[in-house]
Every structure is written in C-alpha cells, then in structure tokens.
Design a protein around this ligand. Sequence first.
Ligand code: NAD
Length: 348
Amino acid sequence: MSVFLNPEFDNHEKVLFCHDTSVGLHAIIAIHNTNLGPAAGGCRMFPYDTFNDALTDVLRLSKGMSYKNAIAGLPLGGGKCVIIADPNEPNKSKLLQAFSKHVQDLHGKYWTAIDVGVGPKDADILAEHCDYVFARSSEYPEGFNPSQFTALGGFYGIRATVKHIFGKDDLQDITVAIQGLGATGRELSRLLFQAGAKLMVSDINQAALKFVVDQYDAVAIDSGKIYSVEADIFAPCAMGAIINDQTISKFRFKAICGLANNQLASPKHGEILADNGIIYVPDFLVNSGGMIGAGSRIFSNPTVEESKQSVLKLYDIIFNVLEKSANDQQPTALVVDKMAQEIIFKNI
Ligand code: NAD
C-alpha cells in the first residue's frame, strides 16, 4: 500500500525505508514535523506481522511525538523509527549498528532513543556509529534508567487525575489496573505502591508479573481480563491501540491514564470514552516525562535531579487539561490536540 494512502499518514515530512541485506535489517524512520526543532523520538524493535503494520505504527508514533514534544514545551519536532525484528534475536546488536548508520545519514534531522524492545544499553550500541542518540545508559553512569522519568510523569499524571476526580492530593486506597510491567510499568507500580494505591497488574511475561506482585503487593490479573476489572484508574503500559471496539465496552474505570503510546485505536474511541463518562488522559501527554527528562540532553546538560524536577510540571499541565475538558465539555484528546497544533503551527 502507498505510504501516502495509509490512514495514519498526516503530512509527514519524510518517511525513510532502511534496508541492509548483510544483517537482514528492515526498518522505517518517520519524521512527522520539524517546525519546533529536530525530530526526536524512540526506536522500537518489534516483530510486526506485516510490513504495513510497521508502517502504520511508525506513522502514528511519529505524529504522537510531534504533539508530545510541543505540549511538553520542548524545542523538538516529532519522529520515530521501527526495526522489524524480535528484540530477543541473537543478532540484535548488528541490527542496531546497521540501523544507526541510517540515522547518522540524516545529520541530526532526527534524534533516536529507547522504546519497546530497545533499552538504554541498546541506545549505547546505536551511538557507536551515530551522534544523534539520547537516553543512553552511558549518559547515566550512576545507573539511572531514563524510563524512570516516563514513569515519574505517569505517577504525577495519575495524581493530577485523582485530584480532578476526587479532589484529593493523596492516593490512599485508589485502585489502579496496570497493563504491562516492563521498564515503565514496573517503576510506575513502585511509585503507586509507595503512595498507598492498590494495584491490579497484568503482563504476558510471567517473570515481570511475579516481580511486581511480590514486591508491590499487587493482585495478578490474566492479561485478557485486565480490561474488565473494577478500578479507579486504568494505566496501559504495554502496546498501543488497546482502547478499541473489542475492549471499550468492558471498561468500568473512572479514568485511563497510562504510559503506552497510541492507546486509542482511532479518535472515535476517545469520543466514546467521553460519552461513557470515562476520563481519558491523552497518552502522549502522560508519557512525555521521558522526553522532558531525557530529551533535554539534546540541547542542555541537566543533572538527573534537575531533570526529575522538570518532569513534575506534568501535574499542572494534566490537571489544567482535565479541568478545561470538563468546563468546555470537550473530550480531552480534542483539547490536547488543539493545544499541540496551536504550538506547532503558530508561526505558519
Ligand atoms: P517494555 O518493553 O520495557 O515493557 C513492556 C511490557 O509490556 C513487557 O513487560 C511486555 O511483556 C508487556 N506486554 C506486552 N504485551 C502485553 C499484553 N498484551 N498484556 C500485558 N503485558 C504486555 O516497554 P516500556 O519501555 O515499559 O514501554 C511501555 C509503553 O510505554 C510502550 O507503548 C512505549 O512506547 C511507551 N513509552 C515508553 C517510554 C519509556 O521511557 N520507556 C516513553 C514513552 C512511551
């Protein structure tokens, strides 16, 4: 199918198909918009069923990055890349090295980083042949994982949502259902547990599930059943498009506030949530803590503590979006999209 006819194509500036037969690399870089600065967004490694699935994902993700970086107040545009491969395959390093040369060829028009299947140590491998990589393990010699910035932002997003719904500042006895307990979901679980929230958790990886159940007093839920549990907040922290025709009628949550990218299968699902009285905190806003914390290294040199402090501004941004959405009786996704578009296209 033509890129231009893909439903997720939205005036992307550049879509680059990367191939290297010597290592079996198939990857796509999508640069959505660079009005505010160089495009920045992570690198995902995933064994997509079809090439078209990968294209659809990278087009959606890169646009999400434009909006995220804009609303987070960063001087960065939106881009993303996907490598079509299983992240557990033995030649992962070779794939990353081969791929990074394509990013280098863009001379800083696009900066890459971590995402699903690509962690901070992998980002160091990307950086062996590329100057445009952030959220690298070696940037944080004290062992800090930049995904913790993302989780911290999600934690403050949930606090802002609870304040909006219940008018309270603490999370005592607030129930949160978390889908996905990887780098972000696990740390979010820790922060919520420490703040007194009650957790219901699911992961297709049994070791990841057991860790959180054991450490944070969480209740394990079958991965197919997480959509129908009764909880105040649902925090999707795995893959996208999980708010869809099959799942949406099962929800009994008061709000959805999680870290996964592109949670809505389509914009209409945001409207259905609003009609059903379920607050949806737009994903690219909730998960912008990672970009605020780690992405700032593209243009400055903050300490980890300074970066953490800058992530805390998400509480006010999210609280204000929820209040505006309630006052204007408009779905949050619409409110945030308009805010981001105004920032990106203000000088056009
Ligand atoms: P990760 O790969 O570390 O963890 C994802 C977890 O989800 C894994 O444990 C996996 O087993 C689990 N999972 C996959 N499918 C599942 C399913 N159907 N049900 C339950 N669990 C499932 O990824 P991550 O870094 O934690 O990222 C999670 C999401 O957050 C992704 O959508 C990513 O794009 C988004 N995100 C991450 C960051 C970051 O800083 N890491 C930043 C912004 C957005």
